[in-house]
Design a binder for this molecule. Sequence first.
Ligand code: MRU
Length: 357
Amino acid sequence: MANDRVRKVTHIDNIKLSEDGTSIIIIDQTKLPNQVEYIELRTAQDVWDAIHLLKVRGAPAIGIAAGYAMYILAQQIKTDDYRTFYNEFHRQAEYLNSSRPTAVNLSWALKRMEKVVTGHKDLPVAEIIGLLEKECHAIHEEDIAMCRAISEYGLSLIKEGDGILTHCNAGPLATSRYGTGQGPLFLAAEKGMKIRVFADETRPLLQGARLTSYELYNAGVDVTLICDNMASLVMKNGWVQACFVGCDRVAANGDAANKIGTSGVAILARHYGIPFYVLGPTSTIDMNCKSGDDIKIELRDPDEIKEMFYEKPVALKEVKCYNPSFDVTDHELITAIITEKGICRPPYTDSLAALFK
Ligand code: MRU
């Protein structure tokens, strides 16, 4: 029975191709938890908007959507001439890449799709499109396997009865199947382990409240929603034995960008002597960034803070707001980085580099 509840949450089709393969069907994450609504994306503008407005969000999910997007857009380029095809393909990829800057999975997936095109210059365009179809499915299939492996490694760090604090949403909606930052929690539930989870609400866009507590509750996990500013008290009370979070881009030295507020959780965890784990696939590690200083942080609309989830604005229109979407957790605060290839420990310059040898 417990397994059924977990499976129902982890095996959702959050992103898929339509049956005829000409559009993408996604769950609109902005409507959750009140409405489960599937929407269809047909054009580059549809996909750009869906990523930018967080209808599809979470680093791996953005990468998967981008892979499918380049396949559907490739079919819309009506030419047999390779050069014309490539130029238009490249233009569309650049456009999608401008939708959000921080999660590396977006540019990673776009580059991977583009490599299929540039690596087969001599094939007819129709055959290249056939290879693009295989590649976007491969990106998705690989993510399913990576999330499972990350979840298994993460589970090895949890004991029966543990309290786990998590920030933002890094579960099935943000990835594929089990998730990354929250993957071990679903796996623990599936194996009948009793744990309790504290989910930060994650201001300002409330991914923790709207998505994480929704997914964990539906999977039968003992989850308690807290405001972000309650994490310190919950830790002081001795209720948290480990923190698990996802990531959007990890630099070569282990500095990890994740949802705004993550670095504060890591600082608190260090103060209270609680291990702080970052979980993500190797596609989220960007060896071209030497440190977190090289990671571009997305700045979003101030109205998300003042208006988005309120009946009336909570501050004067004239009041300035600063709304960075991510922050970077210093590698010194991270106990381990868990990937599908294993658990990396400090020094990360060595352990992360070893993943790519
Ligand atoms: O702005 P979002 O909701 O896309 O931010 C998402 C996060 O920060 C997640 O924690 C991260 O992408 C990891 S998802 C597996």
